[in-house]
Design a protein around this ligand. Structure first.
Ligand SMILES: *Cc1c(COP(=O)(O)O)cnc(C)c1O
Length: 434
């Protein structure tokens, strides 16, 4: 399958080129040239399949032409070594718990898949060393770093905004060592993302070293996120609740929801999506006004969604032929303040006993307010609440148990490279690495 750029100026790329390059040469995002629909029988019987079986069918529709079946199956099965259960919170609202992977956030799925696919391509070609640059607002860094840890021929640089990620998040990518380097940028997430984008555009730097991105701009990171929308549907079908399914996605860079929209185009019967924003309400305003006005991000307690210029917006536009009307038919928007987020974490906990993290809380709140009669809602619980320990404990005024996997990370020693936010400094640093 070929991949085109959303800016339509770069040449078509193979899957391998799209994965290794990350971003197209015209700064656009790669899109698969076709979206294969899955047959009706697949959906009729989906509730009888395992998560891995479902995911392999979906992966095959995207990558089957370019990766041998046994390799692709191996990558899918190895990536999904953990379950993603849909857990009832109340009435018709279910939490799709995406936090059972190694770093307790949904990004484990894309991070692990991409590491394995990139590893396959590099070894197949005997290519030179590849350097992965990844900007993180918190969870991407850990998922990507842990996904790539110890993979031969790949070095990962994680750029993160100093003082703007939680201590636990920071520990998950600054304590690993080996082929992982953490770079602590004196700036915001948007500054980190700009450094990464500039690095890809810099000719001299790209002649010096082979660079690729593991942000959700990379097709190997974001497409696998479609897997769990199908599995959510399968779980709802099993309990007879798959009709009129509404899915709410707490959104920042919009990679996660875009994967869901691809699923819908493949035939997955989701009635509508809700994109939940925190105070960074760029997409919400776009839905209201038809105008896309990026702004510098503001800090919130749902920090992984503090994005002022969501990179996958270009993909959403492309997917709907740039039609605001068509986008509004499939996606509804909401935006919540920190106060509203805290409120719902506290209320849900008191009323149902279910502890939400600040991101999932936006999803739960949106469904509580938006579901109509006869609809079932699933929100994506994108991270474990213990990843935002101080925030969550401060809200419910109770100590919460820290999962073992997280405790292990906390024991390590932080190591990071300090960096100011100018591209010159970053480039100089990279140019001096051999
Ligand atoms: C990354 C992240 C999000 C936002 O996902 P996007 O794909 O960037 O929209 C939401 N919640 C958590 C916990 C995250 O880590």
């Amino acid at each position: 399958m070929k991949y085109y750029s959303t800016n339509k100026k770069a040449p078509y790329a193979t899957l391998e080129e799209a994965v290794v390059n990350g971003l197209a040469s015209d700064k656009g995002l790669y899109m698969p040239e076709k979206i294969n629909k899955l047959p009706k029988e697949f959906f009729d019987n989906i509730d009888k399949l395992s998560f891995q079986e479902i995911a392999y069918k979906v992966a095959d529709a995207f990558f089957g032409e370019d990766v041998p079946a046994d390799v692709l199956k191996g990558i899918v099965y190895d990536t999904l070594s953990f379950d993603i259960p849909a857990v009832k919170v109340k009435d018709n609202i279910y939490s799709l718990e995406l936090f059972h992977g190694p770093t307790l956030a949904f990004k484990d799925v894309g991070g692990r898949f991409m590491a394995r696919l990139l590893g396959y391509f590099i070894h197949k070609e005997g290519e030179e060393k590849v350097n992965v640059l990844v900007a993180t607002s918190g969870d991407t860094g850990s998922a990507v770093a842990n996904g790539f840890l110890g993979v031969d021929g790949i070095h990962v640089y994680v750029l993160y905004p100093k003082g703007k990620v939680s201590e636990i998040q920071e520990k998950q990518f600054t304590t690993l060592g080996k082929n992982i380097t953490a770079i602590e940028v004196d700036g915001t997430f948007d500054d980190c993302q700009a450094l990464v984008k500039n690095a890809f555009m810099d000719k001299e730097l790209n002649e010096h070293m082979k660079l690729t991105s593991a942000n959700s701009i990379n097709v190997a990171r974001f497409l696998p996120q479609a897997f769990y929308y199908f599995y959510a549907y399968a779980q709802m079908k099993k309990i007879g609740k798959a009709d009129n399914l509404v899915v709410c996605v707490p959104s920042g860079n919009f990679g996660n929801i875009t994967a869901g929209l691809f699923g819908k185009k493949m035939g997955l019967p989701i009635k509508r999506f809700i994109a939940a924003n925190n105070k960074n309400d760029i997409f919400y305003n776009y839905l209201k006004s038809g105008e896309y006005k990026p702004r510098p991000s503001v800090s919130t307690i749902a920090n992984a969604m503090d994005v002022g210029d969501p990179s996958n917006f270009a993909r959403v536009l492309d997917l709907y032929g740039c039609s605001h009307d068509e986008i509004c038919k499939d996606i509804e928007g909401v935006t919540y303040s920190d106060e509203q987020i805290s409120d719902i974490v506290s209320t849900a906990y008191t009323e149902t006993g279910y502890l939400l993290d600040p991101h999932g809380a936006c999803g739960y709140r949106a469904l509580s307010e938006s579901l109509k009669k006869g609809e079932t809602g699933v929100f994506l619980e994108t991270a474990h609440p213990a990843k935002f320990l101080n925030t969550v404990q401060g809200i419910i005024r109770e100590e919460i148990a820290i999962p073992k996997k997280l405790q292990e990370f906390m024991k390590g020693t932080k190591q990071s490279v300090q960096m100011d936010k100018s591209f010159d400094s970053f480039k100089k640093y990279l140019m001096n690495i051999d």
